[in-house]
Design a protein around this ligand. Structure first.
Ligand SMILES: [Zn+2]
Length: 355
């Protein structure tokens, strides 16, 4: 478990235990929150994957759903978008559940839990991943670092020289965390070439879809259709090949968004209404991206910038919280306790400066 996440969970437990989360839940009841998940896993013992942060244990997800079903109103993203666009109210303490990328585990592990608790979710799919045209570049990097026989690689990227230690599973995990942010900085046209060179330097072959560890597999379109027909899941767009859109030129950006929309339309039989930007940080999309998503007919789009969904939120930059790693963290997050604590700290600092 990464240290930063672990300390966040401890802080969350303190916010819940001290009563601040239940105070925030009452004070901030008119603000909605949106949670982002990716895949789920049955256990994290498979050493064939280095980065487990995208695959939450299903037991934790089940605990989060049980808590949300009991204490919150889980609504669909479509209902949230409609209410916020019309200026009508939402149920108090509304929460939206979303999944990014389109992993098979959304169907195999999350869908039964959603049905059990009668909850709704939006699954943002990367259509080329479901079509098995292209696996995610970060999966290839994870597998290359995990499968190489090499114990050290010196790699030049973005004017830096990285020393990637690969002697143990833990060192490989650390090297992956060092390398991923650098790769995300590259222009999209250079990224896959860099991943090819990396595989070559690490002397591993490019993996096929049938080589993917279980947790990394894409869902099939049949799985997506069944979930969509159930009424528990909406299928949203997440591009065709998952580039960071800000690193694409306008033509490539338009094609990524339109192809994604058209593939969902063809397979599900409905135009997707919502979109999520890959990576989703403020540097990962541009003003042109927002315009193109709107032009393609999407009614709203989600970022991964943390925050509350209040009346002033932009429909094409909906904030979303990252995946909580525990029920405590989910409870503190959706209540607004982290923001309440931040507001208090700022007020205290202001008051102290006036003394
Ligand atoms: Zn994604």
């Amino acid at each position: 478990m990464p240290l930063a996440l672990h300390s966040r969970s401890i802080k969350a437990a303190a916010l819940v235990g001290s009563g601040l989360a239940s105070f925030a839940r009452t004070r901030r009841s008119t603000e909605a929150s949106i949670l982002t998940f990716h895949g789920l896993s049955e256990d994290m013992k498979d050493r064939g994957i280095l980065d487990w942060s995208l695959h939450l244990p299903v037991g934790v997800f089940r605990g989060i759903c049980a808590m949300l079903a009991k204490e919150y109103h889980v609504i669909s993203l479509a209902d949230l978008v409609e209410a916020r666009s019309r200026g009508t109210g939402l149920p108090d303490n509304s929460v939206v559940i979303t999944f990014d990328d389109g992993y098979a585990s959304n169907y195999e592990l999350a869908f039964p839990v959603l049905k059990e608790f009668g909850l709704h979710a939006t699954v943002f799919v990367t259509t080329g991943f479901l079509d098995k045209v292209e696996m995610f570049w970060f999966q290839r990097v994870d597998l290359a670092l995990g499968r190489t026989q090499k114990e050290l690689l010196e790699w030049r990227i973005n004017g830096k020289k990285l020393r990637l230690y690969l002697g143990t599973y833990e060192l490989r995990q650390q090297s992956l965390m060092q390398l991923l942010p650098e790769l995300k900085e590259l222009p999209d046209v250079d990224l896959l070439g860099e991943v090819n060179r990396l595989e070559e330097a690490l002397e591993v072959s490019r993996p096929d879809f049938h080589d993917l560890p279980d947790a990394m597999r894409p869902m099939t379109w049949e799985m997506a259709c069944e979930m969509s027909l159930s009424g528990h899941v909406d299928i949203g767009g997440h591009t065709h090949t998952h580039p960071i859109l800000a690193r694409c030129d306008v033509r490539a950006m338009r094609a990524e968004i339109a192809t994604c929309r058209d593939r969902i339309h063809a397979e599900i039989g409905e135009l997707p209404a919502t979109f999520a930007y890959p990576n989703g940080g403020s540097d990962d999309y541009t003003r042109e991206t927002l315009m193109l998503v709107r032009e393609a007919g999407f009614k709203a789009a989600c970022t991964t910038i943390s925050g509350r969904v209040d009346d002033n939120v932009s429909m094409y930059q909906l904030p979303r919280y990252g995946s909580p790693e525990s029920v405590w963290e989910a409870k503190a997050t959706v209540s607004g306790a982290f923001e309440t604590l931040k507001d208090w700290r700022q007020s205290c600092r202001k008051a102290m400066s006036m003394i």
